[in-house]
Design a protein around this ligand. Structure first.
Ligand code: CA
Length: 230
């Protein structure tokens, strides 16, 4: 999970134009030309939103969406289809397999951005790319952590761990889920590595007496609890 958008579009002009506008709006863009390329990218850390062109050479956009929904690893990724078709039956087919939204070409980057933001809100992602929980502020765009309004130094892996945990408060993650989501499935990392980075994350929070926010759930894994207000 990052502030990244995976964009699958085979037409270079549209891909470049969208990459430019989305980057200007503060997103990190991972461009892919084909569904096959996108599937390879998705073996790594997951993006926060996926934009899929319907008509792609090789595997079609709708087939890609279907695959993502069927795979536990990617099933809950927010998906927007980009399409030249406006036919009602296509739209229904898209919604039927669990596509979250549908943008018909030609569309303006501004319209697409509005849809992305609306979808991010619906799926509980921060609107402005900034996660705020009490004294903890995580800026997903600038990759910065601040506590009590002071910048705090944090490693890239600890940052991604904290981001995933803060986006899913109270949810327990086991070690293999954390490996999948933070490191990605393409790398082989021992489960013990997760414990090492959780320890480092607690060390970052400890000077502020916030290390208890990352709880160990005995025999299962880890969970983030929100700080009690006041
Ligand atoms: Ca196309």
């Amino acid at each position: 999970m990052t502030n990244a958008i995976l964009l699958i579009e085979d037409e270079p002009d549209i891909r470049e134009m969208l990459t430019f506008s989305l980057e200007r709006a503060g997103y990190e863009v991972w461009p892919a030309e084909t569904a096959e390329q996108a599937l390879t990218l998705l073996e790594g850390p997951l993006p926060s939103i996926v934009l899929i062109d319907w008509m792609l050479p090789g595997m079609s956009g709708i087939e890609l969406a279907r695959r993502l929904r069927r795979d536990e690893h990617t099933a809950s990724l927010p998906l927007i289809m980009l399409t030249a078709r406006g036919e009602e039956s296509d739209k229904l087919q898209g919604f039927d397999i669990g596509v979250d939204d549908y943008v018909v070409k030609p569309f303006s980057p501004r319209e697409l951005l509005a849809r992305i933001k609306a979808l991010a809100r619906r799926t509980g992602q921060p609107d402005d790319g900034v996660l705020k929980h009490g004294r903890l502020v995580l800026d997903l765009t600038a990759h910065r952590l601040a506590i009590n309004e002071h910048p705090v130094s944090i490693g890239p892996t600890e940052f991604r761990l904290l981001e995933l945990l803060m986006l899913n408060p109270d949810r327990v993650f086991d070690r293999s889920q954390l490996l999948d989501r933070v490191w990605g499935r393409s790398v082989y990392v021992e489960e013990r590595t997760v414990d090492v980075h959780i320890l480092r994350l607690r060390k970052v929070l400890k000077p502020f007496n916030l290390d208890h926010l990352v709880e160990t759930v005995r025999g299962v894994g880890y969970r983030y609890v929100r700080e009690n207000p006041g």
